[in-house]
Design a protein around this ligand. Sequence first.
Ligand code: DCP
Ligand code: CA
Ligand code: CA
Length: 365
Amino acid sequence: MYQRIVLHVDLDYFYAQCEENRNPTIRTKPVVVCVYSGRTEESGVVSTSNYQARKYGVKAGIPIARARKLLEKTDAVFLPMNHPYYEGVSDAIMETLEPFGDSFEKAGIDEAYLEVSSRIHGDFQQAEQIAREIKQKVYAQEQITCTIGVAPNKLLAKIASDHAKPNGLMAVRPEDAISFLQDMEVSKIPGVGTKTEEKLRQLDVRTVRELTTLDVTVLSKTFGTTLGNYLYQAARGQDDEPVEGRNQPTQISRIATLKRNTHDVSEIIPVLGELAHSATAKLNQKSMTCKIVSMIAILVDLDIRTKSRTLDSPTNDEKIITQASKDLAGQFLNTTPNVTVRRVGVKLSGLSAQSGQTVISKFLQ
Ligand code: DCP
Ligand code: CA
Ligand code: CA
């Protein structure tokens, strides 16, 4: 299994950068993109601002009136949001990004994940090279700068791009994940908002290092199983969310017709071997693992029977998958004596992205 590598691309101060490109004369000034609520002329909030404006504390979400005050003594430019225009720029950039990945996931108007694991066989230097090429191409085509995080999973890639903004590139190798994370405030973990942050503070947890001292049962009790498990894994830099391509499968199956109808397991086993081989190849091509292996038998009367096994841990190992499907066929034929099988199949499900690390939580569940 290759080391998994994921890129997270985030466009810098996106709406404000689009506005700078439309009118380059404002580039040297603080630029504030506003969402006017329409109640009074000045009511509304800041959508985003360029980095000159951020120096004065102007950022997304603050009232426009407050931004005006903070920028009082400057030649700041306040502009209304023009969403269709930003969407056009975003669409063009997404089209440029997509071919760089084995799979591609748009995660918002200005960000996307790319799985590059299988095309570079886990080589971080090559992944950084791809990231540099992406930055050059996006800039050449749309004059937009971006920041790219390169990491073993989506979580770390996103944190890395946040960390390296603007116009940055940061790679976090698996062996560096812990030291990269541990001094960060917990709010740097995507999904940790003010409420979660506050609850953690009550448990005397401010940094990721402190978060790792809480065990998974405490976290689940405080935050519920889903968020609790997420926090436990995130604190350790672990995440196996797949980059969801438009064609990302939820299952992989292969079916073949037997040379002749039979009840004899020895005639079925070689065919299952070939099907398991082909299904596993597809699994690896998608940089995924499976948790459930199923054997499908289609009988002469076209009745379909399925037997499934949940594995102890996710795998992409052909031997394990082949063995499971053969065992299931044996069990099926033993327990169902009076059937004649016409076609057989192997189905892999419970798919997730391959991870180069051992995911401890897998053993806790
Ligand atoms: N946005 C918004 N309101 C918010 C946050 C963001 O309207 N509260 C919009 C404007 C941003 C765009 O979404 O340009 C992308 O959001 P980001 O959080 O990525 O912020 P920026 O791209 O503006 O800045 P950065 O350089 O920090 O990524
Ligand atoms: Ca951005
Ligand atoms: Ca973003």
